[in-house]
Design a protein around this ligand. Sequence first.
Ligand code: FAD
Ligand code: NDP
Length: 452
Amino acid sequence: MAERDFDLFVIGAGSGGVRASRFSAARGARVAVAEEGALGGTCVNVGCIPKKLFVYASHFRDEMSEAVAGYGWTVGQAGFDWPTLRDNKTREIERLNGIYAGLLRDAGVRHIEGRARIVGPHAVEVAGERFTAENILVATGGWPTRPDIPGAELGVTSNELFYLDSLPRRAMIVGGGYIAVEFAGIFNGLGVDVTQLYRGPLFLRGFDDDVRRHLAEQMQGRGIDLRLATNLTALAKARSGLRATLSDGSQLETDLVLFATGRHPNSADLGLEEAGVALAPDGSVVVDAYSRSSVPSIWAIGDVTNRLNLTPVAIHEGVCLSETLFGKAPRSPDHENVPAAVFSQPPIGTVGLTEAAARQRYGEIDVYRTTFRALKHTLTHGHERTLMKLIVDRKSDRVVGLHMVGADAGEIVQGFAVAIKSGATKADFDATLGIHPTAAEEFVTMRTPVAG
Ligand code: FAD
Ligand code: NDP
């Protein structure tokens, strides 16, 4: 049998694909990666990184007013210029694209530009050229979903948001997931008049109920017009801006509508079905515990498998895959106790189970909860409150859930995630001294359960 061109052909140079390519090449494999867009994928180009830069940008208004309100500063006339932020962000992203190109080059991975299509269990075609490989990895990510309503084409998705010509005066955000609450906070911080619509009774389905309620109150306290149990039913052009028709029959004018209504796996028109790869009803590639599809030579990682759609998870799945294919022993990715942050304002940090899930799994649990005004806000008489919550399995004393809504929640919970992952008990938390004065010390000083 003729030797195949590559040991591994990766489709998609995003978070998962780049890591799988580099780590496999480092183990001596002959690797190619095809990318139809910019290197780095969603996270680098239209996701985590530019989003976080925008979150930083949106904090300054609050910081300036707090400085004036409580800390003795005088600030001159402040102004914000959207094109400056947008273009500085784009330059940084382009710098990162270059770094990714260098990482692939240095690792000896062949970068092939263009859209790839699977044409057999061991064959891929890019721009009319055919390549063969022992293994094919599908790491094609996901794409925003627009609701099927009249005028949907007049709205934008997160993809377009990073390149807007101008900052709208009014924005309507449809959805109640990560992207919706993050952009509600970004726009609000930048001075845009924000209305957020969520179709259900309370947004962030799947998060702890106290966290959901607390964030909703804090966002409303910042002036976001949060309309629950309300959806957008139609969109049309108005004399100035857009006219939105809502499910309660009312109409509202706005300048921009963001559809943050979920993402679907990028699995269409890839040749997957023709190659015999099983897809789930949502279009995700069905994989086993080792990320192998129903065709033994075809594997899939990251958002296209719709397991946990986060960058560190896609990267971890890529690392595991390279060990499975080219390492000493197969390794399956671990999806237990994955910490996450929502960069809302204030942000959420979370690891482990919600109270409802812990109650269902363990039966007897203790819940520790505190809400307080952070020290920083005392001089400014700010209304923002922090929430912290621990959920403990009574039988084993293990802390099985840890949640926070408040400044730096992502930074704080990352550290506690190590403790949770290591099986720390409430007694271990109690034996740990706090760092004073911090908000994080509350996690080791809560002593009285609020609910059992
Ligand atoms: P991707 O990074 O999407 O990469 C897939 C790549 O495949 C793309 O570059 C695409 O162009 C390419 N591709 C697709 N089809 C083909 C083809 N046929 N041929 C060639 N190339 C192809 N996660 C976090 O952990 N933290 C965050 O703060 C965060 N913020 C986010 C903010 C936004 C607005 C969005 C949309 C997502 C965010 N995410 C965040 C999620 C994170 O971006 C994804 O989970 C992650 O990028 C998934 O990586 P991936 O490798 O599966 O896919
Ligand atoms: P999510 O799946 O998180 O949320 C989608 C939201 O849209 C839900 O509130 C959903 O409601 C709602 N929705 C779905 N369809 C419709 C519809 N037809 N009409 C109205 N509302 C609708 O998706 P996102 O787009 O916010 O983000 C995608 C994923 O990207 C996230 O789940 C996360 O994995 C990742 N991400 C991670 C971030 C981070 O780590 N900080 C930041 C951004 C994204 P319902 O709940 O009722 O189904």
